[in-house]
Design a protein around this ligand. Sequence first.
Ligand code: 3PG
Ligand code: MG
Length: 399
Amino acid sequence: MKGIEALDVTGKVVLLRADLNVPLDGNTITDDGRIRASLPTISKLRERGARVLITAHLGRPKGDDYAARAAGGPSLAPVARRLGELLGRPVPMAADVAGESARATAAALEDGDVAMLENIRFEPAETSKDEAVRAQLAARLAALADVYVGDGFGALHRKHASVYDVPALLPHAAGELVLAEVAVLEKLTRDPARPYVVVLGGAKPSDKLGVIANLLGQADRILIGGGMSYTFLKAQGYEVGTSLLEADRLADVRTVLADAQARGVELVLPVDLVGATGFAADAAHEVYPVTAFPADREGLDMGPATRQLFAEKLADAATVFWNGPVGVFEFPAFADGTRAVAEAISKLAGFTVIGGGDSAAAIRRLGLPDDAFSHISTGGGASLEYLEGATLPGLAALA
Ligand code: 3PG
Ligand code: MG
């Protein structure tokens, strides 16, 4: 994969696909990690006299056509403002994605300037499954620029026009963030230092069964917590009350449990749970062993014995990958499990990788410094698909 050094960018309009999909509270950005992570490529391009035109998505706008989506938002305007603050110069934003305003914005760029296009997902064609529909939007985007740089790591698993189709139309290269993230994933995949311990949380086993299946051939130990663990516990015959459950995945989960055993991979599940009377920050709750979980309680966190067990199972790790909170950490009363996992990993001297949005947000919310970990990925979904062994469309397009 070529980096941006391989491209002639001086005086050229560079269409830069970034992942600036940040969490918003109204118009306020609650975590600007993805904007900061995009700065190295933007700065390098500017230093070389490129005219940087950024395309990115924000959220999942709803509506049948452009007008409905643009009216409903979210606009990328707060992101352009924040990027301007970080760069120390305003970042103008086009009022559309690939129309008259986009063309005028591109034409107004001078060497070293940075501007942005509106939320690419205002164009329904961006995410269309119809190649011809995507191709039309890709052609309109490509017409705005001379070269393309793909740096939106967190969106590389999406076969979208701005990620997958545009690079085929322009000279292209991978940005600094994509190269850095891929280097980490390669390190995890090729001969990781052992023991290699993986911690998986998050709501649903269905999101993770593929990656677990592939990790059974790579990891030494897989710790499963959070919402997805209840389906695993149920598959082993335990009562899980009203906890999150994917009943239609019980058979798949049993297959994974059997495979793990056959391959000698240690699969570690909670031994106790915090059972609450309902899904609420102030719900009454108690700790129960998984062998005696009441039918009318909902699991919202792992219990103290599990926190200790997970910390022990992490203590000798030389390589760690963690994706997904292991409890409802947004509610302080149910954040202890996630905190225990984050703290246990933060103490390790080995190569520790935090994979993606929710786990990264959890770490920052719990007040742990970013530099307590070897790498905090900007892409949860993209990392998981890579570790699953899938070909990421956006990565293939940059090859
Ligand atoms: C993310 O936030 O995971 C990436 O930006 C991709 O967004 P998406 O899941 O809406 O495609
Ligand atoms: Mg996502």
